[in-house]
Design a protein around this ligand. Structure first.
Ligand SMILES: C[S@@+](CC[C@H](N)C(=O)[O-])C[C@H]1O[C@@H](n2cnc3c(N)ncnc32)[C@H](O)[C@@H]1O
Length: 338
């Protein structure tokens, strides 16, 4: 088996925001597809590993604009209108397929919801392109909905195409990000495995203070009324902290953020109970590098970061998948100081 340069067991991770980006040469990398790409959390991870994304698609135009501005690759649109045979060939498939039908917020209707059937669009790509490795991401609840039947059906469908499959719930907090974000990760490989080599080392959390902007614009501060309401509801024990208000109106605070959410209310997360997160902070909480260019409105970026996959979390999984399929050695670039 090829060893990777900088295997996760052997390296100390660069602090958040200084992840070195290796802009890969087209000829030196496995080719990847990024389906339901959003703003490209998978793409950033793949690029950090020296892989080359050759195809992406997303139905959302602002997300496509952000993706193109940052990767120079224009995503295709609605997956239901794409014939997989028309897309370029690729070796690795990544997809954070839409999670509404599986999430708590989506009332756990699973495949009863037509949006759930977008998984079958993804299957069409697997059948046609036969990628050697697959990494999929979805909400944590995918693992438990219908007592695990939906997840099992997904695993069975991929397995029937000749793949070894496995899944696990991973938490971005274990990968150095100050965000509690638990996600179901599914891996599949044509090269058989008995057990996938899941990352188990906990990466030390980047302190919130490294994520927060020092002089956020005044427009991010909440009104005196909201500030007082929060302070009446909660006494913090730590600062800086992200204050989180749940659906029942209970307020708690932590030295990490609760999961960013695409459709959350404006004041769902507040820094020290007094201001909203800036777009740059939201991107940092998902592990996007500071050279990421923000080209969309605050509202769009909030939605996009709420949908995105945490970069360092999937990066470790992709790295292990590449190591497993053994067709490519990854040249990790050394971290550069900020
Ligand atoms: C959970 S998000 C994926 C986020 C992505 N992995 C990232 O890191 O930003 C799901 C994405 O699926 C897209 N989507 C929903 N329906 C789609 C369709 N019919 N065709 C293509 N993309 C679709 C949404 O616009 C959304 O960006």
């Amino acid at each position: 088996m090829l060893r990777l340069n900088g295997h996760p067991d052997n390296v100390s991770r660069p602090p958040f925001g200084v992840i070195a980006v290796h802009r890969s040469e087209e000829n030196s990398a496995l080719r990847c597809a990024d389906l339901f790409c959003g703003i490209g959390g998978f793409h950033v991870a793949a690029r950090n590993l020296g892989l080359h994304v050759v195809f992406a698609c997303d139905i959302d135009e602002p997300a496509r604009q952000a993706y193109e501005a940052n990767f120079g690759l224009r995503p295709w649109g609605d997956i239901t209108s794409i014939e997989p045979a028309d897309a370029p060939d690729f070796d690795l498939l990544f997809a954070g397929f839409p999670c509404q039908p599986f999430s708590i917020i989506g009332r756990q209707r699973g495949f009863a919801d037509p949006r759930g059937t977008l998984f079958f669009e993804l299957l069409k790509f697997i059948k046609e392109k036969r990628p050697v490795g697959i990494v999929l991401e979805n909400v944590k609840q995918l693992s438990t909905i219908n007592r695990g039947d939906v997840l099992q059906r997904i695993l069975d469908d991929i397995s029937q195409l000749g793949y070894s499959v496995d899944s696990r719930v991973l938490n971005a907090l274990d990968f150095g990000l100050p965000q509690k974000r638990e996600r179901t990760i599914i891996v599949a490989s044509q090269k058989p495995f008995a057990f996938f080599d899941w990352p188990t080392n906990r990466v030390k959390m980047t302190p919130l203070v490294d994520i927060l902007e020092t002089e956020p614009p005044a427009s991010y501060f909440v009104s005196e009324y909201i500030r007082r309401k929060r302070q009446e509801a909660h006494t913090p024990t730590v600062s800086p902290a992200i204050w989180h208000e749940n659906k029942g109106g209970n307020v708690s605070s932590h030295e990490w953020s609760c999961a960013l959410r695409a459709g959350a209310s404006h004041n769902y997360l507040l820094v020290d109970g007094i201001r909203r997160l800036t777009p740059r902070e939201q991107l940092r909480l998902q592990g996007f590098p500071d050279d990421w260019e923000i080209v969309c409105s605050d509202a769009q970026t909030r939605k996009q970061t709420g949908n995105a996959v945490p970069v360092p979390m999937v990066q470790q999984v992709i790295e292990r998948m590449v190591n497993h399929v053994g067709q490519h050695s990854i040249a990790r670039q050394p971290a550069t100081p900020q």
